[in-house]
Structure formats: C-alpha cells, structure tokens
Design a protein around this ligand. Structure first.
Ligand code: MN
Length: 345
C-alpha cells in the first residue's frame, strides 16, 4: 500500500504528490456543490493534462455546471453525479481528487460513494482543514490565491512541455474568479504571472470575464435592486448587512445562483469594512456570507456559527427560519466586530 502524506499548510513536495497521481490510472475529479470558477477551473486545468498523459479520467460533481461556465465545457467534460449511471465506473477507480472543497461534506452524495467503495482520496485546497481529516493525501496551501494556482504549481512541476490552452483556460478562470479579477487582497505576483502565461498562449481572457461577469439575468438585476435598497448599516457604516428572502427572490423571479456576488458588492461601499448577507435557503435553513475589505478577519465569526472559510471571505449554514435567526446573527456578529472596529476607528 502506498503511504499517506499530509501537507497541511506545510511545504508541498510535488514529487510525492506526482507519485500518487502518476501511479493512478483511473481518476475521478470532483469539487464542492454549487461549484464556482475555482473548483471548475481547477478540474478543467488538470483534466486536459491527465487526458494527455493517457489517464482514464472523469469530472463528476454533485451539482450541474452553471451556464456562465459553459465555455469550459465544449467537450462535455463536466458530469453531474448519478449513482446509477456512475457507480459502475467509480467503484474501480484508483484515486479521487477533490478540489477547493473547504469542508469534505460539501461534495455531498459523492461522500457515500467514496466510503461505499473505500476509495483513496486526495484533497487539494487553499481552505483550512482540521488536523484530523478523511484524506489519504492532503495538500493545503492557505497562501494560494486559488486552488487553481496550486494545480498550476503541480502542472509546472510535472510537465516538460508548456501547458495547453484548454488547461490554462481552466487555471485562468480559477485565479480570476478567486481573486475578484485580480483585485482582492489575495492577489499575488503568481496570479499575474499565470495571467501573463495565459495571454501568451492565447487564452481569451476578456471573453472569460464577459461570460462570467457581464452575463447577469434581468431577474438578478431586479433582485439586486431590492437588496441595495434595503442595506442596514451599523458602527458608523463600518458594518453593512442585508437579507435575501424567498419572497424577494420570487418577486424578482430570481434563482439561487443569481445571488452570487452580492456580498462583494456591498463590501465595495465606501467605509464598509465588513459585509454580511443573510439569505433564506428554505423554510428551515439560512446561509450567511461574510466579506471583509482586509482590515478585519471574519472567519472566526463564521466558525462561531458552525461554518468557516478564508480570513476575509467566509460563511456558514444555519438551521432555522430567517425570522428567528436574523436578529441573533446580526447581534452575535456585532459582538465580535465591536472591539475590532473600535481598534481601527
Ligand atoms: Mn477557491
């Protein structure tokens, strides 16, 4: 049996990582539910590399790929998990690689397949994970701007030849989306170096931007209007919070995916250091998202609600109705923020 390894935010030995990937022939790539540009882009980036190296590789996710990312799916590489359709293939694979997951449970029903068939798991992520985890091979780099930039590191280590345009289209999407288009505080020299390499090989960076960010449905814009006219400010405007209710969603005719990016938008308001979105998922569940401009860390607040994430972008899911939870969430957040905001003002 191959020995396990754990690079939990310690120096990554890509040679060890490669020994596992190279020694596997049948490989499943997966990511968290409702996948974003980083999860999908990381998959796309490594997929085209592995195909070229003759692997039997498939991308199977719990959720369907959303429309703005179709430009990565010309070859129909993204599949939605269906146990009846996929388990025959899955049960004999050598390795599962999970990207950008944050929390293992977010691959949802794929967890069942993994335990049922006792599969070997490799985790590649830039979110924090506890010391005790389910992974046979754990590769964490909390400083990485995106999981896609870790995949880039691996591909650079592995390949003597340059990366293909299809691979780099995925990597670019991952880095662009997770850095907020090279604007957020996690944007580093490597992000820009990757962008240069992508431009060099002819990745259509402007089209990728347009597909993802200049593609709002009219329903989304209507919902945005409802949100923007109902922002609440606390601590002299340092903290802004808002809710997205089922009622607002149906009034705007909006879908769940239309809500993406609202907390970033509210954080962009002058003077706002921390933005909080409380969104009603169902009668019994709410999702909260925190965004910070970079002076105040907010992952410990998300953790206090049972969630987690990055220092300046985090979230959680809570059980209960929005009516019950709203006040509790705002109060608890303000309790955490009060001493921090006093320090900076
Ligand atoms: Mn990410």
């Amino acid at each position: 049996m191959k020995s396990k390894f754990d690079f939990n935010n310690t120096k990554i030995d890509w040679e060890k990582v490669d020994r596992i990937i190279d020694g596997s022939n049948k490989i499943l790539l997966t990511t968290h539910e409702n996948p974003d540009g980083d999860g999908l882009g990381s998959q796309c980036g490594i997929y085209y590399h592995l195909i070229e190296y003759g692997k039997d590789v498939r991308i199977i996710n719990y959720s369907k790929i959303s429309e703005e990312y179709y430009f990565m799916n010309h070859d129909n590489i993204f599949e939605q998990y269906d146990s009846e359709k996929h388990d025959e293939w899955i049960k004999s694979i050598d390795l599962v690689i999970i990207f950008d997951v944050g929390d293992y449970k977010r691959i949802r029903t794929l967890c069942d397949a993994i335990s049922k068939y006792n599969l070997k798991i490799m985790n590649i992520d830039h979110h924090p994970h506890p010391a005790r985890h389910n992974f046979d091979y754990n590769i964490i780099d909390l400083k990485a701007a995106a999981t896609g930039s870790m995949v880039y590191d691996y591909l650079k280590f592995k390949r003597k030849k340059t990366l293909s345009k299809k691979s780099l289209t995925g990597i670019y999407t991952a880095v662009m989306t997770d850095t907020g288009c090279f604007r957020h505080s996690n944007t580093d020299i490597k992000s820009h170096k990757i962008a240069i390499e992508c431009l060099d090989i002819g990745v259509e960076t402007n089209l990728i931007y347009q597909r993802i960010y200049e593609n709002s449905s009219k329903a989304r814009v209507k919902l945005m209007g409802l949100v923007l006219s109902n922002i609440k400010y606390e601590f002299d405007g340092n903290f802004a919070w808002f809710t997205v209710t089922k009622k607002m969603m149906s009034k705007a005719g909006a879908a769940k995916s239309d809500v993406e990016g609202f907390s970033d938008m509210v954080r962009s308001i002058k003077g706002v250091e921390v933005a909080l979105m409380i969104s009603e998922q169902s009668e019994q569940e709410c999702r909260i998202n925190f965004r910070s401009k970079g002076k105040l860390k907010i992952n410990h607040i998300a953790e206090s609600f049972g969630g987690g994430g990055h220092a300046y972008a985090s979230g959680a899911k809570l059980n209960g109705t929005i009516g019950e939870l709203r006040e509790k969430i705002v109060k608890q957040t303000m309790k955490f923020l009060k001493p921090e905001i006093e320090k900076i003002s």
